[in-house]
Design a protein around this ligand. Structure first.
Ligand code: ZN
Length: 405
């Protein structure tokens, strides 16, 4: 039944004959299983447009409104939550600034409250909540469902994230790191829909990457594949918050860009940044990106330098994995084409011709939406995976009606 449902969910609307052809199962088996899925309300027939012959051609599709899932992306400074129906259409969404995520308990309580508020706001009954996917801004042990040695927020270490949410909401929960869910989101409905092998890079407060290989997220043996922020850059000595020197993150992420912008403002190297510093008493990476786009030479140099360093690490990944595309997301991606072209230049310079000849290097199309979308698809795919499908039927839908007549 999971196979037939999978076909209807991913290829529907589809007629019964095509399902028989696709599965190689007998007509009667297909019919029996379709009737069971119909009786559970998980699929439906297209709204009839006519009688007689037209009615016989009715096709089957996912009953997208039978349940919903929540996709959450927590950043160091912001929270985004989307509630999707199980067909992944957004029903309601919200975004909040986070003043601090240092402590896990109040932060997770806040996230739970916001999820509940969205359900109330949209008038969705809580029993329609089938599952939650969450992306966190630090390494996560995907199998155990815990945070693992998060360098920025040490209090979260080993915090039982998945259990806390499952106990509270009484539904399946999956947690992952932010950039993995962003990669999934971009692959589901963003720029990467046609790509089977790609790298998604987030450049924000930190730097990380998500690897999609053969259409699936590659987590590695312990779940930290793609954690490129702490790869050392030759000749760099700036101290990183992880305790090492010269990490990519320490020299190219948003705080490093902001720090260099502050220097340029204080030394008078950049009159534009100097003005901003005088009026707001601080410089952010976004200020540097904006000034670069306005032609400020010092800001241009800072943004190019960051792009080149990131590109030099990405070149190694491109050499190793030969992806079809690289997508850049995260807050610093708002710095414009100058940033992207510096990344591209470094990758092309340091990679073999064959690896870059058709390599597409672009900004994320979904940007801030990539995270919640990916977290949503992470849990929807899990709910309808072959191993969990029966449990989803048993626990998320009303009991089977007695067979009609
Ligand atoms: Zn580091």
């Amino acid at each position: 039944m999971a196979l037939i449902f999978h076909i209807i969910r991913t290829e529907g609307p589809i007629n019964r004959t095509d399902i028989v052809t696709r599965t190689g199962l007998s007509k009667s088996t297909v019919s029996l299983q379709i009737n069971r899925l119909l009786s559970r309300g998980l699929i439906r027939e297209e709204t009839p447009g006519g009688a007689g012959k037209a009615k016989r051609k009715l096709r089957l599709e996912l009953a997208a409104d039978s349940g919903c899932v929540v996709g959450v992306l927590l950043g160091i400074h912001a929270l985004t939550i989307n509630v999707f129906n199980i067909g992944m259409a957004t029903l309601v969404e919200g975004a909040w600034d986070m003043s601090s995520v240092i402590e896990p308990e109040p932060t997770n309580r806040f996230i739970m409250e916001k999820i509940e508020e969205l359900f109330l706001k949209a008038g969705i009954p809580r029993e329609k909540l089938w599952g939650i996917g969450i992306g966190f801004p630090f390494p996560v042990d995907f199998m155990k469902g815990t945070a693992d040695s998060p360098p920025n927020v040490p209090l979260w270490n080993q915090y039982p994230l998945r259990k806390v949410y499952e106990d509270h909401f009484g539904c399946p929960v999956l947690i992952d790191n932010d950039v993995n869910v962003m990669a999934l989101g971009e692959g589901f409905s963003g720029a990467a829909q046609e790509e089977k092998d790609f790298i998604f890079v987030k450049v924000g407060t930190g730097i990380g990457s998500g690897l999609i290989l053969d259409g699936k997220i590659y987590r590695g043996s312990k779940g930290c594949a793609g954690d490129i922020g702490h790869i050392g850059i030759d000749g760099e000595t700036r101290l990183c918050h992880c305790g090492n020197q010269g990490c990519l993150e320490a020299i190219a992420a948003a705080p490093a860009i902001a720090a260099r912008g502050l220097e340029a403002a204080m030394t008078g190297e950049s009159p534009l940044l100097e003005d901003i510093l005088q009026s707001r008493s601080r410089i952010t990476s976004r200020d540097v990106g904006d000034c670069a786009q306005r032609g400020d030479m010092a800001s241009i140099r800072i943004i190019q330098e960051s792009g080149r360093k990131i590109g030099s690490v990405l070149a190694k990944l491109v050499n190793f994995a030969n992806p079809g595309a690289v997508y850049i997301g995260g807050g610093v991606a708002n710095s414009g084409n100058l940033f992207l072209s510096s990344i591209r230049e470094s990758i092309v310079k340091r990679s073999p011709h064959l690896a870059t000849i058709d390599l597409s290097i672009r900004f994320s199309e979904l940007m801030a939406r990539s995270g919640p979308t990916g977290a949503g698809i992470l849990i929807v795919d899990e709910l309808f995976s072959f191993s969990r499908f029966q449990e989803t039927l048993d626990h998320r839908l009303p009991a089977e009606y007695p067979p009609a007549r």
